[in-house]
Design a protein around this ligand. Structure first.
Ligand code: NAD
Length: 521
């Protein structure tokens, strides 16, 4: 075992250091410059203990406009760099991320409260999308299309689009940037990122990593990757700036309702990745052991703070009394605590308002006839200083009140069903349309669920919970989730403009559709 591995093991075994001290040491190791901090800046806190880690200098609206200007100029140069060369820059980002994975993953844990494996997993996702984008940089293909005119050729070409704005949420503080930025960079766009005001430190860490990759690449135009630090006001600058032709906004549906119309009013392209109210169906033929594990991770993982978190569970009446008591047991025994401690499965909520939102939803569900198992604040030991919630399972008589909306906390509403067609209808009867799943071994049910009249979500799984997507597929959802797609498959097309080119290599000028227009030459 290497000395470094031994040191890591020692850290795991010992009681965790104060979150603020640890985070400051990591920021230094990642190379974040001192100029990023200012005593008068916005406090960056850790949900682990509620402690202030440091204060971050915020970006003023004027500075934001200047950053967008730099990114606009950078785009003009970057679009001329051959795509495979742009891919080399992203490959270097991936290399730097590999080297910094432990530190950045830990910083995600310290600032967003994710358990260790999820913090590291988020950085792994960044590495994966970089790898994907490197391959993509040699595959930005257009079609050659049959033309009706003799001696003509028709084809599509794909070109860089411009400055790509990225607004991200607190719960995926680094991965969401990379889903967008890795694609945007290889597509020839520059990127201006407005991270969540609750996770400024991880954004600073990422920026330091990108700058290292840029230095190694040499010749990256200044302004190719900009970060705007602050709240909604600075996000609004990005949304309103005409020099930003594409904006990817991840966050609540309420945010999307503000941002979407503004982008539409100036005809900017919008990739909206908004809230979810995800459900799973457990059918009579389900493998209940597998379902139980899938449900537990999807509903309680990340303390219920994933856009794809499982929030509604429909269980067939024939298996309800078998599955639900086992789930209640799991809920009662799941390990809550400091996300850095080995064995912890549920870390803290991001802040007090998240906890209060959870309490309000539980009160509403009680008033609507729900039977609540769990819930309430967890205050054992060092957890007393943060907002740690006991995950709640709520048996609901029907889908009503708080069940119809997303509460960003670990609440799972469970309901009985008897008829498959009716449950699919109930499954789709909410505003959001992000992720969904069915646990069944019945081929007809499985195929029906993922077919045209089945789940209406952007993600529909079989025998897997709704959360934990891979980067290879396009990620996003329908309805109030916003309709955007990011990451894999052909999501890259949103970051480029498409041109249809028709070339006449003949000596005559035939017009399409047989139109004639003979002028005297
Ligand atoms: P939020 O909506 O409070 O904030 C998200 C981001 O939007 C922040 O950076 C915030 O500063 C910015 N913002 C808010 N209003 C704005 C405005 N008017 N103009 C410009 N920027 C604005 O969300 P949150 O609490 O950080 O994250 C949780 C929410 O995000 C949940 O609803 C969750 O489902 C959703 N989410 C969705 C996805 C997805 O891919 N669909 C992924 C992660 C999180």
């Amino acid at each position: 075992m290497s000395a470094r591995d031994q040191a890591v093991l020692k850290t795991v075994a010992a009681a965790p250091a104060p979150a603020a001290d640890e985070a400051r040491a990591i920021l230094k190791r990642l190379g974040v410059p001192d100029s990023a901090f200012a005593t008068s800046g916005r406090p960056a806190t850790s949900p682990i203990s509620g402690a202030v880690i440091t204060h971050v200098r915020e970006t003023s609206p004027d500075e934001a406009k200047a950053a967008i200007g730099r990114a606009h100029e950078a785009f003009k140069a970057w679009r001329k760099v051959p795509a495979p060369k742009r891919g080399e820059f992203v490959r270097l980002i991936g290399e730097e991320l590999r080297a910094a994975k432990d530190d950045l993953g830990r910083l995600v844990t310290l600032e967003a409260g994710k358990v260790t494996s999820e913090g590291l997993g988020e950085v792994q996702e960044m590495i994966d999308i970089c790898d994907f984008a490197v391959g993509l940089s040699r595959q930005l293909y257009g079609l050659t299309i049959a033309t009706e005119r003799a001696d003509h050729r028709m084809m599509e070409t794909w070109h860089p689009l411009g400055v790509c704005g990225v607004i991200s949420a607190f719960n995926f503080p680094v991965a969401v940037w990379s889903w967008n930025a890795a694609l945007a960079f290889v597509c020839g766009d520059s990127v201006v990122w407005k991270p969540s005001e609750k996770t400024l430190l991880t954004a600073l860490g990422v920026q330091a990593i990108v700058e290292r990759a840029a230095k190694r690449f040499g010749g990256v135009p200044e302004g190719l990757s900009e970060v705007l630090l602050g709240g909604r006001e600075v996000g609004e600058v990005l949304v309103e700036d005409e020099r930003v032709p594409i904006l990817s906004a991840t966050g609540s549906t309420a945010m999307g309702r503000q941002v979407g119309p503004k982008l539409a009013s100036r005809f900017a392209r919008a990739i909206l990745e908004l809230g979810g109210n995800n459900a799973a169906i457990v059918s009579p033929s389900a493998d209940l052991d597998l379902a139980l594990r899938g449900i537990a991770f999807a509903a309680m993982g990340t303390a219920g703070q994933r856009c794809t978190t499982l929030r509604r569970l429909f269980v067939h009446e024939s298996v309800y009394d078998k599955l639900v008591p086992s789930l209640v047991k799991v809920y009662g025994s799941v390990r809550i605590g400091d996300p850095r401690t080995e064995g912890t499965l549920v870390g803290p909520l991001i802040d007090k308002s998240a906890f209060e939102g959870m309490e309000r939803a539980l009160d509403e569900s009680r008033a609507a006839g729900g039977k609540v198992h769990g819930g309430g604040r967890y205050t054992e030991g060092a957890c007393a200083d943060g907002y740690y919630a006991k995950p709640a399972l709520v048996e609901m008589p029907k889908q009503t009140g708080p069940v119809l909306r997303e509460t960003f906390a670990p609440i799972l509403y469970v309901m009985r069903y008897s008829d498959f067609d009716e449950v699919v209808e109930a499954h789709n009867a909410v505003g959001a349309g992000l992720s969904s799943s069915i646990f069944t071994t019945d081929l007809r049910e499985a195929e029906t669920f993922i077919a045209s009249a089945g789940s209406d979500c952007g993600i529909a799984n079989v025998n897997i919970g709704p959360s934990g997507a891979e980067i290879g597929g396009a990620f996003g959802g329908e309805k109030e989730t916003g309709g955007g797609r990011e990451a894999g498959s052909d999501a890259w097309k949103a970051y480029m403009r498409r041109a249809t080119n028709t070339i006449n290599y003949g000596k005559t000028l035939p017009l399409a559709q047989g139109v004639t227009f003979d002028v005297e030459a």
